[in-house]
Design a protein around this ligand. Structure first.
Ligand code: 13P
Length: 246
């Protein structure tokens, strides 16, 4: 079984910072983490630089934080799946809660982007997760299942799809790290519904070296999607070592 460990840099890093991070990663023995699939998701500006530094034989997958559902056209400010693929992306992150909240991403646009990503042979990384009030009222499972159903609507073969469960209340500096007991029900439900069919089920939200192992111990979790704790390359390397049991 593959364990996924990756990070989105979100809106951080200049080109030289991005290259430095990628250089350190490229200089680390790629056979160091058997059974672990590392990935990094830089901002669009750094995609091609990071891909070039890592090189074609790198074990580290590279992703884009977003891509439009159309291949080309008058969509000011957007980038398409063929464009991010051309810049080296193998993964497209779709539907992160920050995009749903601040950039009007809906279940419908998430679904369009999943289809576009699959059409071009890339891996969609679909982010789902409930807000704090839904968690507090015990509605997490139906909320998250509905989001995944909507994201995968009409997609016949989901075997290339990664799903990241990222409860909104657990994400970012104002988030509260999740205890395994907080997330077990949602992950069990995701596993029952899609565990055998998708490429992997990841968890994200305040993951760091203090909780990585216990979260990976939750039934259904195939990987970790990390923000802040892996924005410095040493943080990612430390998590990769930890997960690989080094
Ligand atoms: P943090 O790990 O910083 O909470 O961010 C998680 C996340 O949103 C990854 O996409």
């Amino acid at each position: 079984m593959t364990t996924w460990v990756g990070t989105s840099w979100k809106m951080n890093k200049t080109l030289s910072e991005a290259r430095d991070y990628a250089r350190t990663l490229a200089a680390t023995d790629q056979g160091r983490w058997p059974g672990v699939q590392p990935f990094i998701i830089p901002p669009a500006t750094a995609l091609s630089a990071v891909s070039e530094v890592l090189g074609p034989r790198s074990h580290v997958l590279v992703g884009a934080q977003n891509a439009h559902w159309e291949d080309a056209g008058a969509w000011t400010g957007e980038v398409s799946v063929p464009q991010v693929a051309d810049a080296g992306a193998q993964i497209v992150e779709i539907g992160h809660s920050e995009r749903r909240e601040f950039f009007a991403e809906t279940d419908e646009t998430v679904n369009l982007k999943v289809r576009a990503t699959l059409r071009h042979g890339l891996t969609p990384l679909v982010c789902v997760g409930e807000p704090a009030d839904v968690f507090a009222s015990g509605g997490s499972v139906p909320y998250v299942i509905r989001q995944v159903r909507a994201a995968l609507d009409g997609v016949g073969d989901v075997s290339a799809v990664l799903v990241a469960y990222e409860p909104i209340w657990a994400i970012g500096a104002r988030g509260r790290p999740a205890a395994p007991s907080d997330i077990g029900d949602v992950l069990a439900a995701l596993r029952t519904e899609w565990g055998g069919s998708v490429r992997g089920l990841l968890f994200g939200g305040s993951v760091d070296r203090s909780n990585a192992r216990s979260i990976l111990g939750v039934d259904g979790v195939d990987g970790l999607f990390v923000g802040r704790a892996a924005w410095e390359v040493d943080g990612l390397l430390e998590l990769l070592d930890l997960v690989a049991g080094r």
